[in-house]
Design a protein around this ligand. Structure first.
Ligand SMILES: Cc1cc2nc3c(=O)[nH]c(=O)nc-3n(C[C@H](O)[C@H](O)[C@H](O)COP(=O)(O)OP(=O)(O)OC[C@H]3O[C@@H](n4cnc5c(N)ncnc54)[C@H](O)[C@@H]3O)c2cc1C
Length: 392
């Protein structure tokens, strides 16, 4: 079992910009991860199973709904604190961060933003503690990057809605108590519905065979004439903008999370470079290895600056979707490059589970694909700067 001796890297002294509360939130998350998750994460990834006993602890460190007001059970924190928690979770494993991201930004956020007061009071406190878990059903077998084409639909039956269709690639689906599901009404308008486990005709088969994000459970959502009570429709927003608003929040968290992965791989490579002796000296004394390390910390520092500023804009309610896309896309590409360089620096040891690098590398293949692919985020930036839509 690897000892997690990570202490963080702050080349541009950005901690000086953090408040005492933000530092406390980050350090609490880091200490919890090191004690509770680092010792078991390789085994969880090998077994392809999310360790559900972690849910209570995730709730306790404020990882579920960090920015949801405390009257609904959330931690009532700012956006930078939220980002720092995501960074610390993903420093350990992208699957761990995914579980928390989905719960916070894709389940609690839409209930908080688009839900009725009754829905908020019923669901948010239980979701904040991890007593209940949720999942977010947008992607369908035939509609991934183009979710507006979805065919999952519901009909108004007078005293209830009748839901039919299928979603796939849904994180947390196999064990979630509730699903926030996006479906079209008879007029073709997209709405969010809260579907609860146990409703007749609703099943959540697990998806198998993933080589990536193995410590996060992924499944399908199948709706076969599911009767959904009318009070389970999210009343305050409809249209594709509703699920996309949730994705903004989740993608922002991913931008921070990717920095966590990069920091972990830099940390591992730096330590290894000082310990591994070849040709009579530490490999860190060779210029080729120093080039890799110097470029890693340069790219990490640039991403930290970009993302901190984005956090400030989010706190002020001024961050745009395109700005979030830029950070998500940049930071994952940055992390992928660093993971690859780090793996090479570890030589043969880099492919083993003695080190987290190969697991991070595989995880990033999901992170670069979900919540908008690398290509889609480029198109968002392209459209933002030119005014031309190159999606279709
Ligand atoms: C592990 C994992 C967990 C996930 N969790 C969730 C979840 O919880 N909830 C949920 O709803 N979804 C989830 N997803 C789904 C994820 O969001 C989709 O996989 C993603 O949106 C891409 O859709 P797709 O896989 O259908 O790829 P496609 O949309 O089929 O894309 C295939 C390729 O075509 C490219 N492409 C598509 N359109 C264009 C275009 N207009 N121009 C240029 N290139 C284009 C893409 O960039 C990509 O390279 C998850 C996925 C994974 C892998």
């Amino acid at each position: 079992m690897r000892t997690d001796s990570y202490q963080g890297h702050d080349y541009y002294l950005m901690d000086e910009w953090l408040s005492e509360e933000q530092k406390l939130v980050r350090d609490t998350a880091r200490a919890w991860v090191k004690k509770e998750v680092s010792p078991i994460i390789e085994e969880a990834a090998e077994n392809c199973k999310f360790p559900q006993h972690l849910l209570k602890g995730l709730g306790e460190i404020g990882a579920f709904g960090p920015y949801i007001p405390s009257e609904y059970g959330g931690a009532g924190l700012d956006q930078i604190s939220y980002g720092l928690i995501m960074q610390e979770l993903e420093r350990c494993d992208s699957g761990l961060r995914s579980t928390a991201s989905v719960q916070s930004s894709l389940v609690m956020y839409p209930i908080y933003k688009y839900g009725s007061e009754e829905q908020r009071m019923k669901y948010l406190p239980k979701l904040a503690t991890g007593e209940w878990m949720g999942c977010f059903g947008l992607t369908e077998p035939d509609y991934g990057s183009n979710p507006g084409g979805m065919i999952t639909n519901f009909k108004d039956m007078g005293d209830h809605y009748l839901l039919n269709g299928a979603k796939m690639w849904i994180s947390n689906a196999p064990f979630a108590q509730i699903a926030v599901v996006w479906a079209k009404n008879e007029a073709g308008r997209i709405h969010g519905l809260i579907v609860e486990r146990g409703m007749e005709g609703f099943t959540t088969p697990t998806m198998h065979g993933k080589w990536s994000l193995r410590a996060s459970d992924t499944g399908e959502l199948i709706f076969d004439n599911v009767k959904v009570p009318k009070e389970n429709l999210l009343p305050n927003k409809s249209g594709l903008g509703a699920p996309l608003g949730c994705l903004d929040s989740a993608r922002y968290g991913i931008a921070w999370g990717a920095i966590g992965v990069a920091l972990d791989c830099y940390d591992v490579a730096l330590k290894y470079s000082k310990e591994r002796i070849q040709f009579g000296k530490p490999i860190g004394a060779f210029q080729l290895q120093q080039k890799k390390l110097a470029e890693m910390i340069t790219e990490i520092t640039k991403a930290q600056l970009l993302t901190y500023r984005l956090g400030q804009l989010r706190n002020e309610g001024r961050a745009t979707t395109a700005q979030i896309s830029m950070a998500k896309r940049n930071n994952i590409a940055m992390a992928k490059e660093i993971v690859s360089e780090s793996r090479q620096m570890l030589g043969g040891m880099g492919i083993t589970n003695e080190y987290p690098v190969m697991r991070h590398m595989m995880n990033l293949e999901s992170v670069i694909t979900y919540e908008g692919t690398h290509d889609i985020h480029l198109l968002i930036t392209g459209m933002d700067v030119t005014g031309f839509d190159a999606f279709k």
